[in-house]
Design a protein around this ligand. Structure first.
Ligand code: PFF
Length: 449
């Protein structure tokens, strides 16, 4: 086995580590709440498996067929006269933007891990005040945790694929799954559990609008880490002779199951406390802490477990976000892994400080442009525009540029002809169409209700 490549299980855990993140435990439950539950969950699952998984398999196929960084991969696989494909390296920018606000949220999580054992808010009102004052006034604490996050992420990446990324995921991913199982078992005996199951799986068209479909498509990209060559880059360190379809399917299933588990846990707790799930991004940081306090000692324990799980999920994702740029610099610019890591991390760190400050009272005015502050802009530009754009690009490359023989050889031996055709149909038609509509909607060219 190549000394700096993932083992098969190492790859699955690392790719799942990338996919499972804030998107699953923080974002999925609140967008499900906002979009009325049932129907949204079904649309989300359909999108993840019909569109998301196809692109995921595509990224794994590209990375594992060259074992090189993303730019070299596109360069090697594109026909000679189509060398402009190497400019797909612009996707590194997507990662940079995501990493900044991602690490700011990880800093909030660290604060809530500490708060779980020191002082949970005693009411919803107090909880909201605490969160808002932390966000707007407490620059110092946010800055300390934010810095700590970057040190951890950079240290892991600097250690390389095997000793850094694989090792981290081998520890954090099983722990995360263990914690979620404990939380789920606890939730099952709560009064609100059946209500949570109903909410998530019984179709309810009241709150579901056509725009919910677009939310589901956008989230499918974000949650699977596709559209910015992260999965491609991890797959470049995959040992040969891996069944890439099976490995991809396992990761996509893990990602979906974990999102659903997180949803069930959060909604069971929320319904048991007599609260409504449509509370937006504040669901995890405002509603849950107050409920945990009401539960007494067990609540402290649950709060600790919940925020530790969230931190584990987020750190393994943050690590994956900078690997594409680092691998590129190491392979193409002859930079040492350490230098590449610290260079990329430092750049993102500095940019992220502005993102952090854009939420604070002191700086929000100067860091708000139009209707959004920098934090919201970076989230919007990366998730709503750059990721889908990257996704469409990968789908077009595989569906229309790449030699069909390469595709056939990589897929058919593992799955047979029928799956191959469905997959190609999704890559060539479904994925580009869905993403195209998504981008029209986000750019305001079309409006959906
Ligand atoms: N998939 C991660 C999540 O659901 O939180 C976010 C993410 C990680 C997006 C890595 C993109 C990426 F390259």
């Amino acid at each position: 086995m190549h000394k700096n490549r993932f083992s098969r299980i190492g790859f699955i855990l690392a790719a799942a580590g990338s996919a499972v993140g804030l998107g699953n435990i923080w974002k999925f439950p609140y967008i499900t709440g906002d979009n009325g539950g049932g129907v949204f969950v079904l649309v989300y699952i359909a999108t993840v498996f019909l569109i998301g998984m196809s692109i995921f398999i595509g990224e794994v196929l590209l990375g594992s067929s060259t074992n090189k960084n993303a730019v070299t991969t596109f360069e090697t696989l594109a026909p000679k006269e189509k060398q402009y494909w190497k400019y797909t390296g612009f996707t590194f920018l997507t990662g940079l933007l995501i990493l900044t606000f991602y690490c700011v949220v990880i800093a909030w999580i660290f604060n809530y891990i500490v708060m779980s054992v020191t002082a949970l808010p005693t009411s919803f009102k107090e909880s909201e005040e605490i969160f808002m004052s932390f966000l707007k006034e407490d620059i110092y604490t946010q800055f300390i945790y934010y810095t700590l996050t970057f040190i951890m992420v950079a240290y892991t990446i600097s250690k390389g694929v095997k000793k850094g990324i694989e090792k981290l995921n081998n520890i954090l991913m099983p722990s995360l799954i263990g914690i979620l199982v404990i939380l789920l078992i606890y939730s099952i005996q709560l009064d609100g559990f059946m209500k949570a199951v109903d909410f998530m799986f019984m179709p309810n068209f009241d709150k579901f609008h056509s725009s919910s479909i677009i939310v589901a498509v956008g989230h499918a990209f974000f949650t699977l880490s596709i559209g910015m060559v992260t999965i491609l880059t991890y797959a470049a360190s995959l040992d040969k002779n891996t069944n890439i379809v099976k490995a991809s399917a396992i990761v996509v299933i893990m990602d979906t199951v974990i999102a659903i588990m997180a949803g069930l846990v959060i909604f069971s707790i929320t319904f048991t406390a007599g609260q409504e799930p449509s509370k937006g991004p504040g669901l995890a940081f405002i509603i849950l802490p107050a409920i945990f306090h009401e539960m007494g000692t067990i609540g402290i324990f649950l709060s600790l477990l919940f925020f530790i799980a969230l931190a584990f999920a987020a750190i393994t994702s943050a690590v994956s976000i900078i690997e594409p740029a680092v691998m590129y610099l190491v392979e193409r610019r002859n930079v040492s892994r350490q230098k590449a890591t610290y260079g990329v991390a430092l750049f993102a760190y500095i940019l992220g400080i502005f993102v952090l400050l854009s939420n604070t009272s002191a700086f929000s005015e100067s860091l708000t442009f139009g209707s959004k502050n920098l934090f919201d802009w970076f989230d919007f530009i990366s998730s709503a525009i750059l990721l889908p754009f990257g996704g469409i690009m990968i789908a077009i490359f595989i569906g229309y540029v790449l030699d069909k023989e390469i595709l056939r050889k990589a897929i058919v031996p593992y799955t047979g002809e029928v799956f191959y055709r469905i997959w190609l149909f999704s890559i060539k038609y479904l994925a580009p169409f869905a993403v195209f509509v998504l981008m029209l909607k986000e750019s305001g060219i079309i409006t959906l209700n």
